[in-house]
Structure formats: structure tokens, C-alpha cells
Write a protein that binds this ligand. Sequence first.
Ligand code: ARG
Length: 459
Amino acid sequence: MSKLWGGRFTKQTNQLVEEYTASIGFDQELAEEDVQGSLAHVTMLGKCGIIPEEDVETIKEGLHKVLGKLRRGEVEYSVGDEDIHMNIERMLIEEVGSVGGKLHTGRSRNDQVATDMHLYLRRRTVEFVDMLTKLQEALLQQARTHLDTILPGYTHLQRAQPISFAHHMMAYVSMFQRDIERLQDSVKRINRLPLGAGALAGTTFPIDRHFVAEQLGFDEVYENSLDAVSDRDFIVEFLSAASLIMMHLSRLSEELIMWSSTEFNFVELDDAFCTGSSIMPQKKNPDVPELVRGKTGRVYGHLIGLLTLLKSLPLAYNKDMQEDKEGMFDTVKTLQGALQLFAPMISTMKVNGERMRQAVNQDFSNATDIADYLVNKGLPFRQAHEVIGKTVLYCIQQQKYLLDLNLDEFKQFSKLFEDDIYAVLQPEQVVNARNVYGGTAKPQVAKAIERAQDQLEGT
Ligand code: ARG
């Protein structure tokens, strides 16, 4: 088969070279966007009088036919045509004849591929915002149900202070909110049109880039033609936002895995989201969060891969840049897979409030509160800390918890203790005492839920 660019060549391409340089195996993912970009481009060529309107109509009809075939899976891609752009151009020419060859007027694959990827990521970014919103809704639902469920909060994975399960869920709502904001912010830079930059320097034809931008729904056009074809920042930004999303999902996964263990037994994931063991009949494994945790690594890898790919590239386009795609597609797939499962897995998760409560009753996570109690009675905090440290040590030696001590035992450590200490030590009291903005007290968490709800309704 002769090449679309074959004029200057006297020999056939080595077959291994053809296979090595082709990207059609993966960039066919951009087929829709490629046609979308071409339709806008050819419309502009007609409007600017660069090609006759009747040719524009023929090309548009041809492109629609090709698109139909693409959607129905009726096309066969050829490695000889290297990439999606030349495959589609060839299909167009087969459909409408040599007039199809006018489509590429005033355009290069360099500005074409950049345009395709902007269109592709814009669509995905909007979808991911939507999926993150659904996950936030699932977390919010759990938070609403568990405003009064108390569990130990941890630092260093050691019991620290009790918190409400709602507060814990809302921490993730906040993280995913930042992820949403990051994606939305990145749209400002994704939504910029490279087309019209030509190969690198612009074009000799009197094109109208702003008209193309408007048709494709871009807010701006790239200012500089060299930058337009060389820029892959928007993909780096996407991969970095995706890495953070995966990191948040992975942290939540880790907690779900721990909480599902017999040792914690804080939650139970629905059977539909777990798998069994081929040998141990009793097993119910949290495979989904485990895989999400595992797949986080490949997304980080794609981010570092792309940054490394770009770091020494001279302007403008280099073939190296073809390597920007597989990591991006894989990231999109990985993120879709994880987010799609996470929302229903969270909403069907059973929370074992009793077991959480039992854990809180059997720890020293109310120790800070007795220190605060002594501070309220006038003792400097540092001294109060020391007193309570000794009290806890005594409890450990006596195999007791703080609430098991009688007043005489308390008084051994400080004369300031009175009967009112017992109310201070109750888990509800400990949680609800943290009544500062952003704290775990019930009224604060209820307000946080309300704010998140309002935000969701605004997205
Ligand atoms: N398949 C190429 C890529 O993805 C398209 C751009 C090719 N441009 C070129 N000058 N060879 O990067």
C-alpha cells in the first residue's frame, strides 16, 4: 500500500519499522475525537474560502459515513497507515474519492493529534467529576446514617481520640472535593485549541482558528504555534490529578481492608463486592479495594513516565511524543474501573457500630480529655499531661480503663479530680466536646454534611 506521505521515498518502509512506529494499535481510542476535529476543520476551510463549499459538503458526508462505520466496528485499521489520523484520512478518500485529500489542507498531524487529545481529556474530565460526585454521595449517605456511631480515631495506627464514623467519612468527602476542584481547574488549560499551529509554525492558508475553537467548544486558542504542538502539560496535569485521586482511593481502600479483618471487624463489604478463596472455604476477600490500592502504582508510573518522556525534548513535535498516549488511556481505564465500583461498594457497606463502640470502651482514647479537665481546673497543660500519663500507666498495671477507676484512685494522682470526671470521660462527651469548626462534635459534623450537600447540588 502506498503511503499518504510516500512522494519523497524511493523504497518501501521496512516492515519492522512500520510496526515499530505505528500507533494505530492504541490511538484508535481517539477515533471519535479525530472525526470531530476534522469536521470543524473542514467547515472552517469552507467558510474561509480555502476549499469550495461543495467539497466541504462531500468531505463532511464522507466523514459521517466513516464515523458510522467506526461506531459499528465495520472498519479495519491498517498498520501501514500508521496512526488513527492517516487511517481515517485513507477511509475518507476511499469513501469520497480524491476530494477527500483536501481535508488535510492547512493542517498537520502535529496540531491534529494535540487537538484530539484535548477533546478526549475534556470529555473524560467531565465524566470523572461526575463519578467523584457519586462517590461523595455514597460517603455522605454513610455519614448521615452514622452521625452517632463512635469509633477510635488513630494516629500512628494507635488509638488516639474517639471520633464519629460520620466525621471519618467526611474526611474523604473533603479529599474528593479537592480532586473535583483540581479536575475542574485543569479544564481551563485543556479547553484550549492547538489546531491551526500546523506542523510547528502556523500555516500559509488564511484559516480562522477562533472559528474552529468555537465549533469545538474551546474557550481559547493556543497563543504560540510551537507551544501548541509541543505542549503536553495538560496530560501531565490530568495524570497528576488522577494520581491524587488514586492515592485517596488507595488510602480508603487500605482502611476498608483493615476494617474488614477479623481483628478490626468494623465494617463488612457486601458479598457482591468480595471474592472467595479457591482453597479456604471460610474466606471472603476484599479484592476490590486491594486491587485499587495495587493499581494506584501504575497510575503514578504513567505520571512519572510522561514527565520523563518530556523532560529533554526540544521544540517542537518529536516522535517520542507518541508515547504520551498509552499511559493516558490506561489511566482513564484504571480510574473508571475504580470509581465505578467504589460508590456502590461504599453505599452497600455494613458498618458494625457496636464493635466500634466496644473498641472505644476498651482503650485510653479519652486520656486527653482528663488532661483537659485538669487544665480547666487550673493545672498547666504540661503538668496535667504528666499526671494523666501516670494515671494511664497505673491503669495498665491494674488492667483497668480510666472509667473503671474510683474517685479515690483518681485522687491519688491529683486532688483536683471530682465526681464530674465520669461524665467527661464518656465517649459521646469526648466526641461532642470537640465542638470547633471542622471538629468531630455532632453539630459540627452535621454542618459539614450540610455544606457538602450544598456543594454537591452546586456541581
Ligand atoms: N501518531 C502520532 C502521535 O501520536 C501523530 C503525530 C505524528 N506526527 C509526525 N510528524 N509524525 O504522536
